[in-house]
Design a protein around this ligand. Structure first.
Ligand code: CAA
Length: 402
């Protein structure tokens, strides 16, 4: 059977963050609730000239370094915070990255699990056509209402994976466990900019979906809890992974699973917050890039959860030489070089609205990656590519009202 897996990965996070202790004080909450109770220290905040397209293009640019672009056959863009009801975010990225015209490009949605649906389709496609590669982008802005219980679990980020029959990082196992149920734990009607959520219920459904998808995975693969050396979970907030890991261990008769099975996978998320479709894969990058031990030959169990709901449990083997395939230190530099926002600045970013009347609008320049939203004209989004880090010292401007 053809070995299929992850050949390269790329990650991008916005250049601004809110410190959750600042947010807790502003909201009259005990900072320990956010930092210890939810397990979050900071959350990424995109400026008005970034969106899922620019974040996704930045992540994909990283993932495509050293990859033969002429063999990218398909670009799948998973998001639940897309910018257009019709045109796929993938098409904008296809243009920004100058991908070949024969590369099919489309968007996929099923809450945070859309990226995993893309991965499953990509593995099947590559198994059939081992000469081709698939680029998957997962990019999201997690957005709840200001001064709501969900607010400290916001965040933003993007992840890109090249899936091929020449995997250098992780070879995926062929068994998948899945679970689907029609529930209203988290959703966002077309007329709202922020998600609605039944928070406590969403945690219950997450754990039920974990149980059910694990059962199918275990039955299909014959593997047990002890057969996975490490675990990565969908990360709405890091304490969720701790709850999930204890839950999975318990239903498998293990009372105290070792903390190191998940610890390294949580490091980036603690600094970024939820990034919906990207968060499981940012967890995987965090594991591969920050683990102190050599992971070669270790099996990683992965759990993907998308509210509404669909979930999947699957696994992969870390390949020899994976450390050369991941960019150790690069994400940590990105996280350290972000600018801290005051709560007033964060709220100004949050409340900023693009015009909806078709008028021409030039977006104020903030710190971004290589790609940014330059503005709008006649209801069309205008993106631009610029020199990397060109505004590294640009101040946070008050965001102009439109
Ligand atoms: N010191 C230390 N810990 C404290 C504390 C303090 N002073 N005060 C509270 N805590 C602890 C609580 O005990 C609790 O921990 P446990 O769950 O272990 O008991 C934790 O901090 C959170 O406190 P609450 O449960 O009281 O918090 P809340 O009701 O205000 O909201 C939340 C928590 C439901 C997660 C809310 O942030 C939310 O709705 N978030 C969005 C939904 C979400 O992330 N759901 C996850 C599953 S759905 C999913 O995964 C898909 C997705 O991406 C959205």
């Amino acid at each position: 059977m053809t070995q299929v897996g992850i050949e390269s990965i790329g990650l991008y996070v916005p250049r601004y963050y809110v410190d959750l202790e600042d947010l807790a004080r502003a909201r009259g909450e005990d900072p320990r609730k956010y930092v210890a109770g939810l397990g979050q220290e900071r959350m990424g905040v995109p400026p008005p000239d970034e969106d899922v397209v620019t974040m996704g293009a930045n992540a994909a640019g990283e993932a495509l370094r050293g990859v033969d672009r002429s063999r990218i056959d398909t670009l799948m863009f998973a998001t639940e915070s897309g910018v257009d009801q019709s045109k796929a975010a993938a098409i904008y990225v296809h243009h920004l990255l100058d991908l070949p015209a024969h590369c099919k490009s489309f968007e996929i949605k099923q809450a945070c699990c859309g990226s995993t649906a893309a991965l499953q389709m990509a593995t099947a496609f590559v198994a059939q056509r081992p000469d081709r590669k698939v680029l998957i982008i997962a990019s999201d802005v997690a957005r709840y209402g200001l001064v709501t219980a969900g607010e400290p679990t916001q965040g933003a980020g993007a992840m890109a994976l090249v899936v091929s029959a020449q995997p250098r990082i992780v070879a995926l196992d062929p068994e998948w466990g899945s679970y689907t149920e029609d529930v209203m734990d988290f959703w966002r009607p077309n007329y709202l900019d922020e998600a609605l959520v039944d928070g406590k219920y969403s945690i219950k459904v997450y754990l039920k979906a974990l149980t059910e998808s694990w059962k199918q995975y275990a039955a299909e693969s014959g593997r047990t809890f002890a057969d996975q050396d490490r675990y990565c979970y969908h990360l709405p907030f890091t304490r969720m992974a701790e709850k999930a890991h204890r839950h999975l261990a318990k239903i498998n008769g293990v009372d105290h699973p070792p903390a190191e099975q998940i610890e390294a996978s949580l490091r980036y998320n603690r600094q970024i917050g939820n990034s919906y479709t990207a968060s499981l894969y940012i967890g995987l990058a965090s594991l591969l890039e920050t683990s102190e031990t050599d992971l070669t030959g270790q099996r990683v169990g992965l759990f993907s959860y998308g509210s509404g709901c669909m979930a999947a449990f699957f696994s992969g083997l870390v390949l020899p030489g994976y450390a050369q395939g991941v960019q150790r230190g690069r994400a940590e530099d990105m996280l350290h070089n972000r600018q801290r926002l005051t709560i007033d600045e964060y709220e100004a970013f949050y409340l900023h609205e693009l015009p909806e009347d078709g008028s021409r609008y030039v977006t104020e320049t903030h710190r971004t990656g290589r790609y940014r939203l330059a503005g709008l004209d006649a209801h069309k989004r205008l993106y631009e590519s610029c020199a990397p880090n060109r505004q590294a010292d640009a101040p946070v401007h008050a965001v102009a009202a439109t």
